[in-house]
Design a protein around this ligand. Structure first.
Ligand SMILES: Cc1ncc(COP(=O)(O)O)c(C=O)c1O
Length: 367
């Protein structure tokens, strides 16, 4: 007897595996595997979250109007065109299932964020990984990959796990070359960390093109990954669609209060940015000095090739010392590990671990 059969494509999904959070025998490991802000959220966020506990018997405001107004004020955007979600992951899934379906294609860059192929397959569509150049999305390759069945292009900008980004000129070139019937989702999860004149999350593109959506998250610089809060800035037509398909109370009340508090704490934001600006180049230099290839990153993590060593051996050695970093085999980058910019102490622990590994292991000769 066979039971209910899932929709086509569902059993082809490789479930997402998150970064590790535990190291056996280590009470408080250095958690550098999930691109979290090591400082944790602002104290104002914790207070707002606690305050919301008094009203847990009440349904939240299903329209998230206070949060959307706060986001709108903060970024100079029309709140009517903002849709909030339970993490940006929820918004990717809603966009995929609303705009792509059976027989359609969803493009993403070869080493793009792994949530994209998952939401594409969940919607019944086929995810198509498009070649990159030097671990960066390639506009010409994306344009060449667009076909009659292409419905959505998901681009993380900056991208996780590579840390690379597409400048505004390249995004405009992509949009100029593609049909307005194909949606471009710009996932700006790490936008707040970028310090480049030619970068922007792309809000103005949403105003200028009918087919652009920009998503943001409170999980990264605002350090609220556990709360699950994200938002999308879209055209009125896309906002209308998302508001039809989302669950009526998709964002919980404490998350909304916490989100508003986070936007109001400029000091916590600046401290987090300054820390990252200081320690990312520090770590990149240290690793490069040991002979490892550090891919250029504008975000709060580094992608590092540990060749000629076996990266999995390095990862397990670090884990045994209580330092957790992310394996990259699932992204097709088996030589690499991804390392989040942690606190100063955590980074010292990391470097001590890597130096100990190198000290104990002569580099294997590899072809
Ligand atoms: C590129 C990218 N987009 C989105 C997310 C997830 O965002 P959220 O926590 O809002 O679902 C991540 C988390 O790692 C990410 O790396």
């Amino acid at each position: 007897m066979i039971g209910p059969v899932p929709q086509p494509g569902i059993l082809e999904i490789s479930p997402y595996v998150g970064g590790e959070s535990k190291a056996p025998g280590v009470a408080k490991p250095a958690r550098l595997a999930s691109n979290e802000n090591p400082f944790g959220p602002s104290s104002a966020v914790l207070e707002a979250y606690a305050r919301a506990a008094g009203e847990l018997h009440r349904y939240p405001d299903g329209s998230a109007s206070a949060l959307r107004a706060a986001i709108g004020r903060h970024h100079g955007l029309d709140p009517a065109r903002i849709v909030c979600g339970t993490g940006s992951d929820e918004l990717f899934a809603l966009l995929a299932s609303s705009y792509a379906g059976d027989g359609d294609e969803v493009l993403y860059s070869r080493h793009g964020f792994l949530a994209y192929p998952i939401v594409a397959r969940s919607a019944g569509a086929t995810p198509v990984a498009v070649a990159e150049t030097n671990l960066c999305a390639d506009v010409d390759a994306l344009l060449a990959a667009i076909g009659p069945r292409t419905r959505i292009i998901f681009l993380a900008n900056p991208n996780n796990p590579t840390g690379s980004y597409l400048p505004m000129g390249e995004l405009r070139r992509l949009l100029a070359g593609m049909s307005a019937e194909v949606m471009l989702v710009l996932d700006a999860a790490y936008a707040e960390y970028v310090d480049r004149d030619d970068y922007g999350p792309g809000h103005e593109l949403v105003d200028q093109f009918p087919n652009v959506v920009v998503t943001h998250t409170f999980s990264k610089i605002y350090a609220m990954g556990g709360i699950r809060l994200g938002w999308a800035y879209c055209t009125p037509a896309v906002a209308d669609v998302l508001n039809r398909v989302r669950q009526p109370f998709n964002v919980n009340a404490p998350a909304m209060e916490a989100g508003i508090a986070a936007l109001n704490d400029a000091e916590h934001f600046a401290r987090s940015r300054t820390h990252n600006d200081r320690w990312r180049p520090w770590l990149a230099d240290k690793l490069a000095n040991l002979g490892f290839t550090v891919h250029p990153s504008v975000a709060n993590f580094l992608l590092v090739s540990f060749r000629p060593y076996d990266s999995e051996e390095v990862r397990l050695f670090l884990k045994a010392r209580g330092v957790l970093v992310r394996q990259m085999a699932s992204y097709g980058l088996p030589d690499c590990l991804r390392i989040t910019i942690g606190t100063e102490d955590e980074l010292m622990q990391l470097m001590a671990g890597i130096e100990a590994f190198v000290g104990r292991n002569a580099p294997p000769s590899r072809p």
